[in-house]
Design a binder for this molecule. Structure first.
Ligand code: HPA
Length: 271
């Protein structure tokens, strides 16, 4: 595994020269527009990078983008890998590990999620303060990659408290409600039954989605500070539960996208 990661990183370094990224960004479903704000210097197709998994979902375009956001050097994953697509957890987190080898210092993650907290509304943003992993696996199972991190990494403070506070100030200055809460990651790809939504709320989650937690676990294993934000694309409380279509999720994500983009750009400026 380490050799595959090093080969991917070496290919990227050969192709992008001495780019030297500072921050990594993973964009979720329907949240690709941040890329329009980036002064792109290099754009690599996942398919061209050795050992990189290749995206299968239509709404994810599958490119690694290198450029400047607010004057800072970033790598953006446009399109991510989900466990439900049939990838192993090692594949899902492969790009995050490569980012670390390329020198990335902090990770920023976005996702689309269902709202479980009745105080939330569709198209609002929620900063993750904690998570619950209900995926059937995680990327640290198996032989530990000692070069990346310890066998039993701490998870008592997964989401960087300082960046959470900075994000709250940015939202307050921009005059929008930024929610805070616990994200639960489920395997999918089916959405939840009413009984499952109820269960997820009872165990302490504010939002539910099918991504993020594997990548965040891999990042924290490597001791990378993480900031993550969910766009609430549909409300899943008993009174507001509706049949969900991908088109509705994309529409709700599109409404929230300018705010999400602004939040990540302003937050990166402050690092
Ligand atoms: N459940 C799981 N994942 C999701 C949802 C949901 O309701 N909405 C958007 N992603």
């Amino acid at each position: 595994m380490m050799q595959q990661l090093r080969e991917a990183a070496a290919y990227i370094e050969n192709t992008t020269g001495s780019f030297g990224p500072e921050f990594g960004i993973i964009l979720g479903t329907g949240l690709g527009a941040l890329v329009k704000e980036i002064e792109v210097q290099h754009s690599l197709s996942y398919a061209d990078i050795p050992h990189f998994p290749v995206s299968t979902v239509e709404s994810h375009s599958g490119k690694l983008i290198f450029g400047l956001l607010a004057g800072r050097k970033v790598i953006v994953m446009q399109g991510r890998f989900h466990f439900y697509e049939g990838y192993t957890m090692d594949q899902v987190v492969f790009p995050v590990r490569v980012m670390k080898l390329l020198g990335v210092q902090k990770l920023f993650v976005s996702n689309a999620a269902g709202g479980l907290n009745p105080q939330f509304n569709k198209s609002e943003l929620m900063v993750l303060t904690d998570h619950i992993n209900l995926q059937p696996s995680n990327p640290l199972i198996g032989k530990n990659l000692d070069d990346l991190g310890p066998r039993f990494p701490d998870m008592s403070d997964v989401y960087d408290e300082h960046m959470i506070r900075q994000a709250m100030v940015i939202a307050e200055d921009a005059d929008f409600d930024l929610r805070e809460g616990v994200y639960v990651s489920v395997p999918g790809p089916m959405l939840e039954t009413p009984a499952e939504y109820h269960y997820l709320r009872v165990i302490g989650a504010d939002a539910v989605g099918m991504s993020t937690v594997p990548e965040v676990i891999a990042a924290r294993h490597m001791n990378m500070p993480v900031f993550a934000v969910s766009v609430i694309t549909d409300m899943c409380t008993p009174d507001r539960l509706k049949k969900v279509k991908l088109a509705d999720i994309l529409e709700a994500a599109a409404i929230a996208e300018p705010r999400m983009t602004m939040l990540i750009r302003e937050l990166i400026k402050l690092q």
